[in-house]
Design a protein around this ligand. Structure first.
Ligand SMILES: [Mn+2]
Length: 465
């Protein structure tokens, strides 16, 4: 049961908001209009709530929640004292009165509500929303203008970063969808390659049309948008101008007419989802699935660099997601080549110090097979750290994984070969250099294996036994 004490402007509003789902409400006040009407729905007690009799009549001792909402400090204080005494176990909420900061200070009130503060917070939130609204109007205007002025050029080209990941692919289709809603057509292009089987599975399963940037002429487009990318280093190709940037990286060095860069957000897909929420556009199942997968993979299943917006976006997308599609993307069939590299890694593994596995897999075409092999080896019994390396073109590529918290792989590969990464996952690449001259495969294997192993072990501080 809920007891509402004080049925003035605030009390009425509160009762109105909760009456649909709270069936047992008692209202207490000195004077109440329309008592007969209200009596049909609520239990009305007329009387002075600063008197024990009135509160007893309201069966205050049986209340689960008690709201003290009058606008008088003295009255509220007296009621609060009585209520704490008569029903100490209930959840008690009292209205703060300005000018009386210590009104309830020695009482056991669960929640003190400051109406001015709540109102101010609402206003601040509204200002944030208005900012986003205006931003989106600006974005729309840029796109409409480019459509108007493009002549025989195409209006919009959306670019992902080099070697696009799920976040950038999902963000690109979201922006494409948004532009379409505004009547602006676009193409999506990428640079580098779409590595990982999961990324390929995403593109295939969702029927996304991504164009290799080598196959188009950028000058044929009026407006260039970059998603999930705002640094020169990650650009898929050289660009003379960029009109739109939407990103969440903190390495920005590029500028554009429209910029929405939020380094505190876990995924660009979350920012684009917020656009859809704000504009009240329902995403299709495919788009929602792509955006959700983008957020999930950039935040490593909501575990790293995840913000409130990422959770809000994910919960907004949730009802639209195609879970079987998401399943297919997450567990794609492994390609023969990747399978072969994994097999080689298992066969060729050398175990040092009991639990560190080093595996040379020879020459390979798809460098993305390396992290997958490193992941796989880590699943083998007794192995807690893996280094898998192979030759791709003129470079040795290394991928490392660990479950051992004492090792920081990012640091180790950085010190050893100028690579980088995180504590548990890291990678590096080294030019083959003079090894390139070695044509005998077996000799090359020995040289590469020795060189990599010695360097890594030296950095970790292990003498080979
Ligand atoms: Mn991202």
């Amino acid at each position: 049961m809920i007891v509402v004490i004080g049925y003035g402007t605030l009390g009425k509003k509160v009762v109105n908001l909760i009456k649909d789902y709270e069936k047992n409400i008692t209202i207490v006040d000195l004077k109440i209009d329309d008592v007969d009407e209200l009596n049909k729905q609520f239990n009305i007690i007329l009387g002075d709530a600063t008197k024990i009799e009135t509160l007893k009549k309201a069966e205050i001792d049986k209340a689960d929640i008690i709201l003290i909402l009058t606008n008088s400090p003295d009255v509220n204080r007296k009621i609060a004292e009585l209520v704490c005494e008569l029903n100490p176990k209930s959840y008690k909420l009292a209205r703060a009165i300005s000018g009386h900061p210590k009104l309830y200070s020695d009482l056991n009130i669960d929640k003190i509500i400051n109406i001015i503060e709540s109102g101010a917070k609402d206003i601040a939130k509204e200002i944030e929303n208005a900012k986003l609204k205006r931003k989106l109007v600006f974005l729309k205007n840029i796109l409409l203008r480019s459509k108007e002025k493009c002549g025989d050029k195409k209006p919009l080209l959306i670019l992902t970063h080099k070697n696009p990941d799920p976040d950038s692919i999902a963000s690109a289709i979201a922006l494409k969808t948004l532009a379409e809603k505004w009547g602006v057509s676009s193409d999506i292009a990428y640079g580098g390659n779409i590595g990982y089987d999961k990324n390929k599975a995403m593109v295939n399963a969702l029927g996304i049309n991504l164009i290799d940037i080598e196959k188009i002429n950028i000058d044929n487009y009026c407006c260039i948008a970059l998603v999930d990318c705002s640094s020169t280093q990650q650009l898929p190709t050289e660009l003379s101008k960029i009109n739109i940037i939407i990103d969440h990286h903190n390495t920005s060095d590029l500028t554009a007419e429209y910029m929405d860069i939020r380094p505190d957000v876990g995924a660009t897909a979350s920012i684009l989802t917020q656009y859809f929420m704000e504009l009240d556009i329902e995403p299709t199942r495919n788009l929602a699935t792509a955006l959700f997968y983008g957020i999930q993979s950039d935040t490593n299943y909501f575990r790293i660099k995840v913000s409130k917006l990422d959770f809000e976006a994910a919960s907004y997308l949730q009802p639209y997601i195609d879970t079987s599609l998401l399943d297919m993307i997450e567990n794609p069939e492994i390609s023969t080549e990747v399978m072969e590299v994994i097999a080689k890694a298992i066969m060729n593994r050398k175990i040092v110090k009991g639990n560190i596995a080093l595996a040379y897999v020879g020459e390979i075409n798809n460098r993305d097979a390396l992290p997958q092999a490193a992941d796989f080896l880590l699943k083998m019994e007794g192995i807690s750290t893996t280094f898998v390396f192979g030759i791709v073109n003129d470079e040795i590529h290394i991928s490392a994984r660990t479950k051992d918290l004492r090792l920081n792989l990012g640091e180790i590969l950085n010190k050893a070969f100028g690579g980088g990464g995180h504590q548990t996952k890291a990678a590096a690449r080294i030019p083959l250099g003079i090894f390139n001259e070695v044509k005998d495969k077996e000799a090359l294997r020995k040289l590469v294996e020795e060189a990599i192993k010695n360097k890594i072990l030296k950095i970790i501080g292990i003498k080979e036994e």
